[in-house]
Write a protein that binds this ligand. Structure first.
Ligand SMILES: [Zn+2]
Length: 206
């Protein structure tokens, strides 16, 4: 792992968010620039990385951040884990991106139809059991879903839970001394978003 120390080239959090959403707009319009890289570009990137944003997203095969944001090699620092949950290792990766790569924007990206969120709802409301390691994952997510109305029809319940799960991860990121310190500096921005796997659209949470 190498550090980026050229502060003059840092992309602000606001600019990074615009770049992400512009990329998603290109993706939606089908105006996708080629996301591969030439050998020259790879050689240049090998000297160091300078991603403009950090994405914490789900491992779901239908939610590849570089594609849905129409981003290229070296553009995004991506952490993918089922249910976009925060663990100590994930927190360490976020801190690395923030402290060493100096990305100013962190996006927590959930998605509609998330299997991990479906599983945690089934555990919460139907007492479904999963193997031990999956159970650990679900336990991590459970506290974020305490306000979900069990009377909601299943599709709406899942949509609410996906959003609540993103907010839960965001709350945990903020609820650390490092997170609070970085926010207090005023340069870092944390945003939540939900990707619609049917339309391809990324919706920012307010
Ligand atoms: Zn998922």
């Amino acid at each position: 792992m190498t550090d980026s120390n050229d502060d003059d080239c840092l992309v602000s959090a606001d600019d990074a968010l615009v770049r992400l959403m512009d990329g998603n707009a290109r993706f939606l319009r089908g105006e996708r620039r080629i996301t591969g890289a030439t050998l020259e570009e790879l050689a240049d990137l090998a000297k160091g990385q300078r991603p403009f944003a950090t994405i914490l997203g789900c491992s779901d095969s239908r939610v590849p951040p570089e594609l849905l944001f129409n981003a290229g090699f070296g553009d995004l620092f991506v952490i993918r884990v089922a249910g976009n949950v925060l663990s100590p290792e994930v927190a360490g990766s976020l801190q690395y991106a923030s402290m060493h790569l100096k990305t100013q924007l962190i996006m927590v990206l959930g998605h509609e139809g998330c299997g991990a969120v479906q599983a945690v709802l089934a555990a919460k409301f139907q007492g479904a059991q999963e193997p031990s390691r999956i159970q650990l994952l679900l336990q991590n997510m459970l506290p974020g879903l305490h306000g979900i109305d069990p009377q909601l029809p299943l599709p709406q319940r899942l949509a609410c839970a996906v959003e609540a799960n993103v907010r839960w991860t965001m709350r945990q990121i903020l609820d650390t001394p490092e997170g609070r310190a970085r926010m207090a500096e005023g340069r870092m921005k944390l945003v939540g978003a939900v990707y619609d796997i049917t339309t391809g659209r990324v919706r920012l949470l307010s």
